[in-house]
Design a protein around this ligand. Structure first.
Ligand code: GLU
Length: 556
């Protein structure tokens, strides 16, 4: 009578190593007490999703906080779904968000002693483990064809029983070893299935760092662990990898909770301790049509792709800070209290995670981004704007690279001070706001625009005031002297120098001080919203101011 060992040797004649050899190849890591080994383990099936970035960010942060290791593993065992080149892209995109792995797959090479970090290159490891499971009687060959499985599903549907390959429905689990050996020798194609000892009437308790003790139905499914293409399935492969790569904390989406009983049973069958689990909330969005909360969808929501936020010009740190507010409910308050703080000083904690899907909140992202951009020093702002503009805004890129000093003076208006001006939510807001500083652009804008002067002020008054403004302009005066110059000039042209004075007797005046300042602002920028006027004057310089005013006066 054949033994399990005979079956194992028949299936894997070339596999000579055992899990003892693997234990030697991948010894325990030498890390300080409390250090977590975390990982991000995407499949190379497309672009970097917002949800995936969130997962990677959390894994990265926990490793960093505990002085542990964060590694990147490429889970490419589903080769039908694989899109060539996307593994490399994921590494690059994560890097743009500042998430760089301590070890693992790096796109064109690998780093670390626990590899290979690409699952399709780990075939020998999986075979060693599967051979051992077969020897222990915990795995078996299954010869069912697709038609057999379709037929099984029909029977189960008709009988209204739980679907799947388990217990009495798991036909191949009931063959004797001799029968199995005979069919393999006869060349019948097969996959390898795990032999579950569970019963779905039982419950198991599994601890989740975010959710506490979870009560789950025990696994009884004989899942496929090795497919007919010779590659393992996710359930099996990730578990072997997490074991031999020394993962201590698995952070992944909550959609994996339902498969957790399978993983727990596989760990038990191998005699391995399972890592800690933290199943993260899924990012939700309010559906634009129905108003109902639903999962962020790859197909419907542009926000599902991280590239959307890059293109839109959000500063990278702002987007990461926003994701941190989704992760921990107390992060936003911390950020408001520390607008210039280093995120490394904030520790993520499991008890501050929300349990039900976190809602995507664009106004909050805009606000965080606006605060961040306002508090950025001019050098950081300029280099980040340049990097963004290079890919997405050729006009801005031209401004920055042709005269960096001028660009820096422009964006430094009311920056680097205690209460900085909050001009920009994203880098894409910059070009329309600063375009008027550039002479040829100003000329185009002047031609195209009807200047928004206050219609109650007569054109002759505007003309007279603007001509006199140029004639008397002295840019060597400091800001407060200039301020007084303008009040005096305003009074000369019939503007009250105070709002109250004007309001008491409006018919006696052409307006008040703010109105005459607005005339200058509009004339020089074509808009009533330009930044602080004194700085605008300094940047434009007397010659250009004179030129612009004479152009405007000619139109009145
Ligand atoms: N490859 C899986 C995914 O892309 C990883 C899940 C896990 O982190 O265990 O969702």
């Amino acid at each position: 009578m054949a033994t399990c060992k005979d079956l194992a040797d028949l299936i894997f004649p070339d596999v000579k190593e055992t899990t003892k050899d693997l234990d030697k190849r991948f010894p325990p890591r030498n890390l300080p007490e409390g250090a977590e080994v975390t990982r991000f383990a995407p499949s190379p099936t497309g672009f970097l999703h917002t949800g995936s970035l969130f997962t990677a960010m959390v894994a990265h942060k926990f490793a960093k906080e505990t002085h542990g290791i964060y590694f990147f593993r490429l889970e490419d065992t589903d080769q039908k779904r694989e899109i060539a080149g996307t593994g490399m892209d994921l590494v690059k995109q994560l890097k743009r968000f500042g998430i760089v792995a301590d070890e693992g797959y790096c796109g064109d090479h690998e780093e670390g002693n626990y590899g290979p970090y690409v699952q399709s290159e780990r075939g020998d490891i999986y075979k060693i483990v599967i051979k051992e499971l077969i020897k222990k009687g915990r795995a078996y060959p299954c010869f069912c064809t697709k038609e057999d499985l379709d037929q099984l599903r029909l029977v189960q549907e008709a009988n209204k029983v739980i679907p799947g390959y388990y217990g009495e429905y798991a036909k191949c689990r009931h063959y004797t070893l001799d029968e199995e050996i005979e069919m393999i020798k006869a060349g019948k194609p097969y996959v390898i299935r795990f032999k579950s000892k569970g019963n779905h009437l039982n419950h198991i308790k599994v601890h989740d760092e975010i959710r506490g003790d979870m009560d789950l139905t025990e696994n009884d499914q004989d899942i496929v662990i090795l497919k007919s293409d010779g590659l393992p399935t996710y359930h099996f492969a990730h578990l072997v990898d997490d074991h031999y790569m020394g993962t201590t904390l698995v952070t992944r989406g909550e959609e994996w909770i339902s498969s957790l009983p399978i993983h727990i049973e596989l760990f038990e069958a191998m005699g391995w301790k399972h890592p800690k689990y933290a199943h993260l909330p899924v990012i939700m969005i309010n559906d634009k049509d129905t108003g109902n909360k639903r999962k962020l969808s790859k197909r419907k929501d542009p926000e599902a792709a991280t590239s959307f936020f890059l293109k839109a010009g959000y500063p990278i740190q702002g987007f990461i800070e926003y994701l941190m507010t989704i992760a921990n409910s107390n992060f936003e308050a911390w950020l408001m209290a520390n607008p210039k703080g280093n995120m490394d000083d904030f520790n993520l904690s499991f008890d501050k995670f929300s349990l039900d899907g976190a809602l995507f909140d664009l106004p909050k992202l805009n606000n965080i981004s606006k605060e961040l951009l306002a508090n950025m020093d001019k050098d950081t702002f300029t280099s980040q704007a340049e990097e963004w503009a290079k890919d997405y805004d050729p006009e801005l890129y031209g401004y920055i690279t042709s005269d960096k000093a001028k660009f820096e003076r422009i964006i430094n208006i009311e920056r680097e001070q205690e209460k900085p001006r909050k001009d920009y939510e994203r880098f894409s807001d910059v070009t329309p706001k600063i375009r008027f500083f550039y002479n040829d652009q100003y000329d185009k804008m002047l031609k195209a625009a009807k200047l928004p002067f206050n219609e109650f002020i007569k054109p002759e008054v505007i003309k007279g005031f603007l001509n006199d403004f140029v004639a008397t302009l002295d840019l060597t005066h400091d800001e407060s002297t200039w301020f007084n110059d303008m009040k005096t000039l305003g009074v000369k042209h019939g503007f009250a120098n105070d709002r109250k004075v004007y309001k008491a007797n409006p018919s006696q005046y052409n307006g008040w001080y703010a109105d005459c300042i607005s005339l200058i602002r509009i004339a020089l920028s074509t808009s009533a919203q330009a930044p602080k006027l004194y700085d605008v004057l300094e940047i434009l310089g007397k010659d250009e101011i004179t030129r612009r005013i004479s152009e405007v006066v000619a139109t009145l």
